[in-house]
Ligand binder design. Structure first.
Ligand code: TXA
Ligand code: MG
Length: 376
């Protein structure tokens, strides 16, 4: 068992200052020696290893318990560095990077073959991201190498948004975590496959389809979350379904259609013995549901309310989601309900993660997720 060191940095320091901070120099030295270091990014915490170091990559898969067929994202400090790991980079990629690099956008590109093959799960493509978080950027630059970094959770668990979440999952299994405070957005990057035309969103994130199409043009991006057009075959994102599962069963609760059914389901559950159910909802939706329960005479004092941000400020919902999932303990709650949000803007990414955590298809209109395998 490894002793996991916690290296604390000042999260608001500029990148140039962080480059020489003792914690970053130490973390970079650990990476260069083949170690595993978790660090904050503007999306979630990542677990870093040098991308060209096959032994480090093997250790990384083992530490996460990640299936060998799920490839990793290569993190670079600058878009120009992509030529070191990818080849035949299409013009679409450069146009997107002009607008969204650095940032929460990952592009799938043809691989140059310079990264450890295990990191790419043997695929001919490589996923590339240029993170915006100064701590991540300083660490990549100090290490002087491309860094693979999956989310720093045990496979199957929600992604970590704080160093404490990382330690919850990986203490004793990784060499260090750089604690730079909470990650910003709280959801993983948008993954866009630009080796295909139209490009296809493999994972929705903070860079929305509307934002991608603003650069590439209308119709240049396939959004698996959009309703199927008449006669269109089901869209397969060509990616394994993954779960961000809390430790108790999760289901969706709809307050638009079927509020009555939701109220009756909660009435029945609250009448039973054992731990009560939890409701995950925005401040606004929680107030609405409280009023509905009161009007129906359902005593809701035993209900566990987990407030997940404000509906009027979608970024607060994204930032709170995984912490809310992690707070659900089977000793305290029997099961959990998430009050459904509209599939617009950033809520599309939020609902994609919630549906997967609930074991539902990640995008509406697709077949249900296979029971196994279910990494992430
Ligand atoms: O925001 C993020 O992207 C975070 C931070 C740490 O950067 N990282 C992250 O990595 O979420 P991970 O490993 O948890 O998710 C990477 C996703 C997986 O769904 C993986 O299947 C997909 O990217 N992926 C990686 N390489 C790919 C490839 N060559 N083709 C298709 N999908 C790929
Ligand atoms: Mg992950």
């Amino acid at each position: 068992m490894t002793v996991t060191r916690v290296l604390v940095v000042e999260p608001h320091a500029p990148e140039t200052e962080l480059l020489t901070a003792p914690a970053i120099r130490e973390a970079a030295a650990i990476l260069r020696r083949g170690g595993l270091v978790a660090f904050p990014t503007e999306t979630v915490y990542g677990l870093g290893a040098v991308a060209t170091d096959a032994r480090a990559v093997a250790r990384l898969f083992a530490a996460k318990g990640r299936p060998a067929d799920n490839p990793l994202i290569v993190h670079l400090a600058a878009a120009e560095d992509a030529v070191r790991v990818a080849r035949d980079i299409p013009p679409e990629a450069w146009r997107l990077w002009v607008r969204y690099a650095p940032g929460p956008l990952t592009l799938v590109l043809p691989s140059r073959g310079t990264v450890a093959p295990a990191a790419l799960a043997g695929l001919p493509t490589v996923a590339v991201r240029i993170p915006a978080h100064p701590v991540a950027r300083a660490l990549i630059r100090a290490a002087g190498a491309p860094i693979v970094a999956p989310s720093a959770n045990r496979s199957g668990r929600p992604s970590p948004t704080t160093a404490a979440h990382v330690l919850e999952d990986l203490a004793g299994r990784i060499d260090a975590v750089v604690d730079g405070g909470p990650a910003g957005i709280g959801l993983e990057s948008t993954v866009l496959d630009v080796t295909r035309r139209p490009a296809i969103v493999l994972r929705p994130g903070a860079v929305t389809v509307e934002m991608l199409e603003a650069v590439l043009g209308d119709g240049a991006v396939v959004d698996p979350a959009a309703p199927l057009r008449e006669g269109e075959a089901p869209r397969s994102p060509g990616m394994k379904y993954r779960h961000y599962a809390p430790d108790v069963p999760l289901a969706l609760l709809d307050l638009e259609d079927g509020a009555g059914a939701a109220v009756e389901a909660l009435r029945a559950l609250l009448a039973g013995s054992g731990p009560p159910p939890a409701v995950l909802a925005t401040e606004e939706d929680a107030a609405r549901l409280r009023a509905l329960l009161a009007a129906a005479g359902v005593p809701s004092d035993r209900l566990r309310w987990v407030i997940v941000g404000r509906r009027s400020e979608p970024q607060t919902v994204a930032a709170a989601l995984y912490g809310a999932f992690r707070s659900l303990r089977p000793e305290a709650v029997s099961r959990a309900f998430f009050v459904r949000l509209p599939e617009t803007g950033l809520f599309r990414a939020v609902m994609n993660r919630v549906r997967k955590a609930a074991g539902d298809p990640p995008f509406p209109g697709q077949d249900a997720a296979p029971a196994a395998p279910a990494p992430e």
